[in-house]
Write a protein that binds this ligand. Sequence first.
Ligand code: UDP
Ligand code: MG
Length: 306
Amino acid sequence: MRKSLDIIVPVYNEEECIEQTISRLCGVRESLYNELDVNFIFVDDGSRDKSLAILEEYASKYPFIKALSFSRNFGHQFAVSAGLDYSKGDYVAIIDADLQDPPELIKDMYEKTKEGYQVVYGKRLKRKKETAFKKFTAFAFYRVFDSLCQIKVPTDTGDFRLITREVADALKNMPEKHRFIRAMVPWVGFKSTPLYYNRDERFAGVTKYPLSKMLKLASDGILSFSTKPIKFIHILAGFLMLISVLLLVTGLFWYNAFLLCLLAGLIFFVGALQLFAIGIVGEYVGRIFEEVKNRPIYIVQKKLNI
Ligand code: UDP
Ligand code: MG
């Protein structure tokens, strides 16, 4: 039986990019025609522009263009998760809608699976025309993540990748509400290899990842994969205890105004650290709260060709 590939594309206000993306993906579909049935699964993440209307038009003409539409903007990671949930293909590729990741590489990724790899992930060499801020925050995040989390996430890697059915099924079995897919994939394991590439600039429009969404993704990543921040509080507490003992002993022998100021400053400092520590605990408690509520992670309001 012919094998199949589903290409998942999360879409949020991408009306300027979608048609070009569909056209490039159709090229990929043709290049793989002899070996695979290729379907596209677009996941409209509550776009407020014409993205959904464009997808509806294409889906009505071409059965291999499938789409889901969310009832509101749930976020990129949930759009990708929905695509995975609805995918049935023997292979599943994930790619952004803005053509920063060249779709033609999906064929190269598929070729690598023939060597026995179950995950082929895109690893960025150069990132064209991205701001120095974006490049620096991404660089710093991957290094901080690496030092805090046991799971090894390859540096400079996004969600652009191709996985086999067994990997997609393993991911579908992870019902967590805070999702950081690029770490969930190495968590499930399987034989993986990078595919190096240069990241292009956005075909059109502006990034749909403002600083607030970047920070949420970064904290979801670290807090979902590491308990080190909470353990760090113990070390901090021990360190502060030591300082306070030293201060008390010093105070017994040397008492003047300077020391008073110093002490008052330290008390404020310790108070701030305590609040910080409670904040970290709060982050984890909040996450437990989200999990026990057990709400769906996205709501689909429309399905096209699915
Ligand atoms: N995206 C999404 N929901 C969001 C934000 C982004 O589905 O809330 C999609 C977006 O349409 C694109 C992909 O996620 O296909 C990556 O977003 P973007 O290219 O804006 O991020 P950047 O490359 O700037 O980090
Ligand atoms: Mg982009």
